[in-house]
Design a protein around this ligand. Structure first.
Ligand SMILES: Nc1nc2c(ncn2[C@@H]2O[C@H](COP(=O)(O)OP(=O)(O)OP(=O)(O)O)[C@@H](O)[C@H]2O)c(=O)[nH]1
Ligand SMILES: [Mg+2]
Length: 329
């Protein structure tokens, strides 16, 4: 047998030096939920903390990928290094290009200061939110100045991304019909910047007006030093409004750093991440074959009303021992 030197530290070392192939390999391992990836993340996490993490969310098809491509190019022009993670099975980024009829990013494809990657939900260790956060840790540790995270905003996801980003952009488009729905659903509070994309379409001004009206009734109104949530219009497919949007994003980052807001937000990000991991560990552990029998016994007990569900759940949780997640094997 060949002696097995652990590949883990070496891969992490290469990520730290910014090696794009190492970054790609490690994100693949995160995505697959490979055993040992927890050690990689542990090693990389300490080295991170320098990146400005920007979440981009919104309904399907609103132009998030096109916008992200434009924002990334603009940051590159400003001399920044950029990482992109897209939770976007419909238009995967590969080698810097967005496939399909989507934007071609050949100009930045060969750009070594940029790393783009889309992630699939399947097989991700304990869910996509955790895999995405780990991919961000990889890009942050690799020294990217800016990390953009695209997620399709449906249901809980956009709230998740807001807890994982310093600056959250909420993208909406005129004439979608469900704009106001989206805004009403409590999603609006997560936006640090509203983007009305596809401003080449009818109804953009109307939508901007609606969002502004809604923001004026927001809780931050009248607070001194509060961030005034801007509404920025763009035509991402023609790269219009992107420079102004990036100025706004940088303005938000400056605002975060000026007061105590950055620390407050990073604490919130830490709390959300720990909670997500705890939830994932619990879910994984409950599916262990060993725990399965106990779980079935609890189900039987609750079904027969010999025990109440709270007591049964508490006993199960307290009976679980800590074990690092192992992924799929
Ligand atoms: N008219 C117009 N079309 C745009 C604009 N921005 C993007 N598009 C087009 O809208 C379509 C969807 O763009 P994407 O960037 O893939 O949108 P997305 O939000 O990433 O889509 P999903 O990831 O599938 O939710 C593409 O055909 C784009 O070319 C814009 O400003 N105006
Ligand atoms: Mg997309």
């Amino acid at each position: 047998m060949r002696p097995m030197a652990s590949p883990v530290p070496r891969l992490a070392e290469r990520v730290l030096s910014g090696d794009p192939r190492a970054i790609a390999r490690l994100i693949s391992r995160v995505e697959r939920g490979d055993a040992g990836v927890v050690e990689d993340i542990a090693q990389l996490f300490e080295a991170g903390g320098g990146a400005h993490i920007i979440g981009v969310t919104g309904a399907p098809g609103t132009g998030k990928s096109t916008l992200v491509a434009g924002i990334a190019s603009d940051f590159l022009r400003r001399g920044r290094t950029v990482g992109v993670v897209a939770v976007d099975p419909s238009s995967p980024y590969t080698g810097g290009a967005i496939l399909g009829d989507r934007v071609r990013m050949s100009a930045v494809a060969a750009e070594p200061r940029m790393f783009m990657r889309s992630m699939a939900a399947r097989g991700a260790l304990g869910g996509l939110a955790r895999a995405t956060a780990d991919a961000v840790t990889v890009l942050d540790a690799a020294g990217k100045d800016v990390v953009l995270v695209e997620t399709v905003g449906v249901g809980q996801d956009e709230v998740d991304i807001a807890s994982a980003a310093h600056t959250t952009l909420l993208v909406s488009v005129p004439g979608l019909g469900d704009d106001i729905q989206l805004l009403k659903a409590g999603v609006v509070e997560i936006a640090d910047v509203h983007v009305v994309n596809k401003a080449d379409r009818d109804g953009a001004d109307l939508l901007v007006g609606q969002i502004k009206t809604m923001l004026n009734h927001g809780p931050s109104e009248g607070l001194r030093d509060a961030w005034q949530i801007p509404v920025v219009t763009t035509v991402a497919s023609r790269e219009q409004g992107i420079g102004g949007l990036v100025d706004t994003i940088e303005g938000h980052h400056r605002w975060l750093r000026r007061g105590g807001e950055l620390a407050r937000r990073e604490r919130h990000m830490a709390a959300a991440r720990i909670s997500a991991i705890c939830t994932g560990i619990l879910r994984d552990r409950l599916q262990d074959p060993g725990v399965g029998a106990e779980f079935e016994a609890a189900v039987e007990g609750v079904y027969r009303r010999r025990v109440d569900p709270w007591t049964a759940a508490q006993r199960l949780v307290e009976g679980l021992s800590w074990r690092a997640p192992q992924g799929e094997h």
